[in-house]
Design a protein around this ligand. Structure first.
Ligand code: SF4
Ligand code: SF4
Ligand code: SF4
Length: 631
């Protein structure tokens, strides 16, 4: 809102006489942010509270639909109760106090305002008293870090109800200052985190502020300190990265470290942060939109339209058949996968809509390859068995339950699914490592339940194939997953897919790895599948991978098929070289949102003379897998 400020902190470039931003320009900026569908908006400065139009701007932001509107402020103006009331009635919801420390005299001197410390303390109390969501920032340099315990203890004891303390890392590119020492942070921050946690306060680094997990010998001790807003509108300054970053599971989330740290402790994690720790950091630290429905492609509003998806195909004799019916019985889920595109907070289609969808399937009168009962998690629908029963007399080669199998760890439920005619189960299993799997799915203990569920399904004669979504936290260990499936899951077929960036939020949430990093482990995993007689599929598809990523070898694409290129418009992307690629007609390309972020240079056209793949019969997915090594 302009550079003007009512303090003159010596480290800051703002001053009393700087111009206030004109109201029209602020409103235009609010409009722009609303177009980006940001869920919250923060006014900052200089000092936004000295801009006369602040209450009007807050109201304008609320009117444009922002569910949370905040300010970053030094807190001085909050000493006036009338001012606090005005902001409250304007719709302000949260406040970030830009700096506070325990040292009253030093604070007053640095701010250049008599009694600044006492006024800010009173301001914070008034803000908390008015019910605002308040967080405070602490500016951390080597010098201020020497008394960080006192600063944090001061905040914890002076204020009741503070939401978080944000460590604003400073001392970079400044000849007069130094940043806080890595070793000191490593030794002292875990205790401070625990002290904050005990008082219900979160302690975290300011996002993208130059401190990365790999700086520390044991980042697992500090994982709650890291925050990554999954949003294009949150600026991510370019910082130093090292060659090993390309192999780090956090590569697509992290923007590196400040130059001053780049020589410090990086050898500790030359190839990046270990997979388990990286998954834990992503689970704890990726800030997704709070509001249910915001930004998701699948919400209650869309539930009716998305309850039933039917894809058709022509047989060689010109007959029209239904390839697949996907019936979504609910959106809710008992997991919360890092890459999920379903709004699992929403209930999903109503019973009426589901019943009408079943009627539509029945009345098609066509031969159906597969009916997939999907979600969210379909086993959460209390009427699931009834719905499956209604589908019994449909002419479908296969009725498949798409599930995470957590509830099927109850053998009685698996038995009931078999009794109502479920032929197959497409079970999500995204890692062989219980810790990583639970972090990806966001549910502690889910891995063991899923494994038990798979065993129960197999015991009741239901054919099981696995859904393995390749993401940042499992791609490097794809061969280990195949090994696990061979040794523990009766070599169940694996459908590989690539975490699909349906929204910017998923794209920026750290779960989507660079395609070129996936190539090596994926090829090894596919070769192992072939050696170990584990059937697989999934790479050619909108949720698969560009075929040039694993490479031109047709043995990697047992389910290859011709692709209607017109249907890819707007969602998938091909680059200039694709038109000369031998695989073009069989390839879906790459998601547009991926290209927006990483470009398309990883696509490499391949030349195979006389390529004419022989598509296999996919009439029944079960039969395709059963005859995989004999066709
Ligand atoms: S990407 Fe990984 S290795 Fe690179 S700076 Fe970030 S945390 Fe460290
Ligand atoms: S199990 Fe499926 S529906 Fe549930 S959160 Fe994971 S991806 Fe989403
Ligand atoms: S170069 Fe293009 S057409 Fe060829 S495999 Fe890659 S993405 Fe597909």
């Amino acid at each position: 809102m302009g550079g003007a400020c009512n303090m003159q902190c010596e480290y800051c470039g703002h001053n009393e006489r700087a111009r206030a931003e004109p109201l029209e320009r602020i409103i235009a900026n609010i409009d722009d942010a609303a177009r980006l569908r940001a869920p919250s908006l923060v006014f900052t400065g200089g000092e936004p509270t000295i801009h006369k139009a602040l209450p009007a701007c807050i109201r304008a932001a609320r009117d444009l639909g922002f569910s949370a509107v905040g300010i970053r402020t030094n807190g001085l103006m909050f000493v006036y109760p009338d001012f606090v009331n005005r902001l409250e009635t304007s719709g302000l919801s949260f406040i970030q106090i830009s700096n506070i420390s325990h040292a009253q005299t030093a604070f007053d001197a640095a701010a250049g305002v008599p009694r600044a410390h006492a006024l800010v303390v009173q301001g914070i109390e008034n803000a908390l008293g008015a019910g605002f969501d308040v967080s405070v920032a602490m500016r951390v340099t080597r010098s201020s870090f020497s008394h960080i315990e006192k600063d944090i203890e001061f905040v914890l004891s002076a204020f009741d109800g503070i939401r978080s303390i944000v460590l604003r890392m400073a001392g970079f590119q400044d000849a007069t200052l130094e940043p806080a020492p890595v070793q000191g942070m490593e030794e002292r921050l875990p205790g401070l985190m625990a002290a904050c946690h005990a008082r219900g306060v979160a302690l975290c680094f300011e996002p993208f502020a130059g401190v990365a997990p790999c700086l520390f010998r044991n980042p697992a001790d500090l994982l709650h300190l890291f925050r990554y807003p999954a949003a294009a509108y949150f600026p991510k300054p370019p910082l130093a990265k090292k060659p090993g970053c390309a192999d780090c599971p956090l590569d697509t989330l992290c923007n590196g470290v400040a130059g001053e740290y780049s020589h410090e402790a990086w050898p500790a994690h030359e190839g990046g942060v270990p997979q388990r720790v990286a998954a834990a950091i992503a689970r704890a630290g990726v800030l997704r939109k709070a509001a249910p429905g915001s930004g998701s492609a699948w919400t209650d509003h869309a539930a009716e339209g998305h309850a039933l998806t039917i894809s058709e195909r022509q047989t060689s004799s010109g007959e029209s058949e239904i390839n697949e019916c996907i019936l979504r019985t609910n959106y809710r889920c008992n997991e919360d996968c890092l890459f999920c595109f379903v709004d699992t907070h929403c209930a999903g289609p109503s019973d009426d809509v589901i019943e009408r969808s079943i009627e539509t399937i029945k009345q098609s009168g066509k031969k159906i390859s597969i009916i997939s009962i999907s979600g969210g998690e379909p086993t959460l629908n209390p009427r699931l068995e009834e719905f499956l029963d209604m589908l019994r007399d449909v002419n479908a080669a296969e009725v498949c339950l798409q599930t995470n199998a957590v509830l099927l760890s109850d053998p009685a439920m698996a038995a009931r699914m078999a009794a109502v005619g479920v032929d197959s189960a497409f079970v999500s299993l995204h890692s062989h490592d219980a810790v990583v799997s639970d972090l990806i799915t966001g549910r502690h203990g889910a891995f063991h339940k899923t494994i038990q569920g798979i065993e129960n399904l197999l015991a009741h004669g239901i054919f099981v194939y696995l859904s393995h979504v390749i993401n940042s936290f499992n791609y490097a260990t794809l061969p280990d997953f195949v090994d696990f499936v061979g040794a523990n899951l009766k070599a169940a077929p694996i459908v590989f897919s690539f975490a699909a960036p349906h929204t910017d939020e998923i794209m920026l949430g750290g779960a989507i790895p660079r395609l070129s990093r996936v190539r090596g482990p994926l090829k090894s995993a596919l070769d192992m599948c072939l050696d170990m007689k584990i059937p697989f599929s999934g790479l050619p598809g909108m949720c698969g991978l560009p075929l040039c990523i694993p490479g031109p070898n047709l043995r990697y694409f047992p389910d290859i098929h011709l692709v209607d290129q017109d249907s890819l418009q707007g969602v998938m992307h091909k680059n200039a070289g694709c038109s000369g690629c031998s695989l073009n007609r069989w390839c879906y390309g790459v998601r547009v949102l991926y290209v927006n972020k990483y470009g398309d240079a990883e696509l490499e056209p391949v030349r195979i003379s006389g390529l004419e793949p022989r598509p296999r019969d996919m009439h029944s997915r079960m039969d395709f897998f059963k005859s995989f090594f004999t066709q």
